[in-house]
Design a protein around this ligand. Structure first.
Ligand code: ADP
Ligand code: MG
Length: 389
C-alpha cells in the first residue's frame, strides 16, 4: 500500500494543499481467465497493493498530472483533452478523462500527484488501479457521484478505446468493488457479483516470473480475435442461438463439438478453454465457500493446464513456477494469473507456511531458471476508496 503522508507532502510542495486523495487496488485473479469479454465468470480478489491519486483544483487553463513513479509531469488543458494516445503512462489518466467526458463528466482544471506500488506490467492490473484512482478523483472534482459499476465501465472504455488494450471488465470491476478478505465471483454478463470469503489461514502468494507482457496489442488481442472467430462460428452453426443476447457463455462443449469443422483448430481450442473455465469458476466458488481447499487446488491445476494447452497463453517460466510450487510447503493450488504470456502465478498457501513457501520457490526458480523472482505475500483487500486527509 502506498504511504499517504509522504505523498501528501510531495503534492503540497509542488502544487499546494491537497483537496482529496483516492486509492484503488491491483488484483489477482484466482480463476477465470479470458472469460470476462464473453459474458463469463471470473473470481479475482483485490490485493493490498494500490495506486493513490492526490488532487486539488487549479486556476488557469492548465492541468498537471505528476507521476512520482516515472518522475514526469503531464500538462494539458482539461477542457481540451488529447484525442490520441501517446503510448506512455499518460494514456491511462488521459483515457479516463476522455472516457468520462463522453458520459458528460468534465473535470475542472486540476493538479494531481500519482503513485503506485502495483508492479507494472506484471499481470496484477496496475492499469486498472491507476484508471480507477484517477476516475474517482475526476468524479469528485466534477462533483458527480456515480455507481461503482459505471465507474468500472468508464475505465474499461478508457483502456479499450484510448489506450488500445482490448481487456474485459474484470480488472476495473474488482478495483472498484473488491471486498476485504474475500474473492469476488463476478458475472461479467449482468455485472452482478458475490463475495466468497477466503479462509483466514490461507495466504495469497504471488510469484512474478519477471517475464513482461504487454496488453496494448500483440498476443492478448490475437487471442480475443480467435475467440471471436469461434463465437461467430458457433452462432452461425446453431440457429437456436442466433439472438442478440447470445454469448460464448451460453455455449456447451456439445455445441462446440458440433461446430468444430466450421472454425480453425485454434479457435476451437480457445473456446474450449473458455467454456470449461466458466464451469471451473462456479465449482471453485463452491469449493472455497465450503472450505474444500483440496478441490480448489485441483481446479487451479486444471485451469492452468487449460490456459497453457488450449489457450496457449502461458510461457515456459510460468509453467516452471507452477511446477516448482507443487513441491513447496503449504501449497493448496498454483496457476498463471492475468492476461497471459508472462506475468505472475497466484498460489494459495497455508498461512503458517507462507514464508517457507516464499523462500523455497524463490530458491528453486533461481536454481532452475536463473531468475531472481519478486514474490509478494498478499491479503485480499477492499476496492477503491477516498482516503481521509
Ligand atoms: P498491468 O495492468 O498488468 O500492470 P498494463 O500493461 O496493462 O500492465 O499496464 C501497465 C501500465 O500502466 C504502465 O506501463 C503504466 O503506463 C501504467 N501505470 C500503472 N501504474 C502506474 C503508476 N503508478 N503511474 C504511472 N503509470 C502507471
Ligand atoms: Mg493491465
Amino acid at each position: 500500500m502506498v504511504a499517504i503522508e509522504p505523498l501528501l507532502r510531495q503534492h503540497s510542495e509542488r502544487f499546494g494543499a491537497a483537496e482529496h486523495a483516492f486509492q484503488a487496488p491491483g488484483r489477482v485473479n484466482l480463476i477465470g481467465e479470458h472469460t470476462d469479454y464473453t459474458g463469463g465468470l471470473v473470481m479475482p480478489a483485490a490485493i493490498d497493493f494500490n495506486t493513490v491519486a492526490v488532487v486539488s483544483p487549479a486556476q488557469g487553463s492548465a492541468s498537471v498530472i505528476r507521476s512520482v513513479d516515472f518522475q514526469k509531469e503531464f500538462q494539458f488543458d482539461a477542457s481540451a483533452l488529447p484525442e490520441k494516445p501517446k503510448h506512455d503512462w499518460t494514456d491511462y489518466p488521459a483515457g479516463v478523462l476522455w472516457s468520462l467526458r463522453q458520459s458528460g463528466v468534465v473535470a475542472p482544471q486540476f493538479t494531481m500527484t500519482l503513485k503506485g506500488d502495483v508492479p507494472l506490467g506484471a499481470g496484477l492490473s496496475s492499469s486498472a488501479s491507476i484508471e480507477v484512482a484517477v476516475a474517482f478523483a475526476a468524479l469528485a472534482l466534477a462533483g458527480k457521484s456515480t455507481p461503482l459499476t459505471d465507474v468500472a465501465l468508464a475505465c474499461k472504455k478508457a483502456e479499450n478505446g484510448f489506450v488500445g488494450a482490448q481487456s474485459g471488465i474484470m480488472d476495473q470491476y474488482i478495483a472498484c468493488c473488491g471486498v476485504k478478505d474475500h474473492a469476488l465471483v463476478i458475472d461479467t454478463r449482468d455485472l452482478s457479483s458475490r463475495a466468497v470469503p477466503l479462509p483466514a489461514d490461507v495466504r495469497l502468494v504471488i510469484c512474478n516470473s519477471m517475464v513482461k507482457h504487454s496488453h496494448a496489442g500483440g498476443e492478448y488481442n490475437q487471442r480475443r480475435a480467435e475467440v471471436e472467430e469461434g463465437s461467430n462460428a458457433l452462432r452461425a452453426a446453431n440457429p437456436a442461438v442466433r439472438t442478440e443476447r447470445w454469448e460464448l457463455r451460453d455455449a456447451t462443449l456439445a455445441d462446440l463439438e458440433k461446430a468444430r469443422t466450421s472454425m480453425s483448430e485454434n479457435a476451437f481450442r480457445r473456446c474450449r478453454h473458455i467454456i470449461t473455465e466458466n464451469a471451473r469458476v462456479e465449482e471453485a466458488a463452491a469449493a472455497l465457500a465450503s472450505g474444500n481447499l483440496r478441490r480448489m487446488g485441483q481446479l487451479m491445476a486444471e485451469a492452468h493446464a487449460s490456459y497453457r494447452d488450449d489457450f496457449a497463453a502461458s510461457c515456459p517460466e510460468a509453467d516452471l513456477l507452477v511446477e516448482l510450487a507443487a513441491a513447496q510447503p503449504g501449497v493448496i493450488g498454483a496457476r498463471l494469473t492475468g492476461g497471459g504470456f508472462g506475468g505472475c502465478t497466484v498460489n494459495l498457501i497455508e498461512a503458517a507456511q507462507a514464508e517457507a513457501f516464499r523462500e523455497g520457490i524463490h530458491a528453486a526458480y533461481l536454481g532452475h531458471a536463473a531468475i531472481d523472482a519478486d514474490i509478494y505475500l498478499c491479503q485480499a483487500a477492499a476496492g477503491a476508496s477516498e482516503l481521509a486527509l
